[in-house]
Design a protein around this ligand. Structure first.
Ligand code: ZN
Length: 104
């Protein structure tokens, strides 16, 4: 069961583009190997201007303002206010990938 779950999370992660996901919430501008944008996270203090940084090659983001960081699912969970696992499910749905029956 745990193995199936881990494999599923990995499968969705491999098919997820963190740039494309973050771009749905904020405008990103390329700066060499990474992308910068205004942090869209709900708990971010928007009076301060430190940017959110996305590293597409590493499938990783980090905000210099609110110090949030992690992978694509972590981003979705924070921006949508849902759990990490719900973020995996949501991203799977967005990619049109069915949840494995073994996990239902
Ligand atoms: Zn932030």
């Amino acid at each position: 069961m745990k193995k199936i779950l881990e494999a599923f999370v990995e499968y969705i992660a491999e098919r997820s583009n963190i740039l494309q996901v973050v771009s749905q919430y904020t405008t990103l501008n390329r700066d060499k190997r990474f992308y910068l944008g205004r942090c869209p996270l709900p708990f971010h203090n928007h009076s301060e201007k430190n940017p959110l940084v996305v590293f597409p090659d590493e499938n990783f983001f980090f905000c210099n303002g609110c110090k949030a960081g992690g992978d694509v699912f972590k981003f979705i969970s924070l921006v949508e206010g849902i759990s990490y696992f719900q973020a995996v499910e949501l991203q799977a749905q967005n990619l049109g990938i069915d949840f494995p029956n073994e996990l239902n």
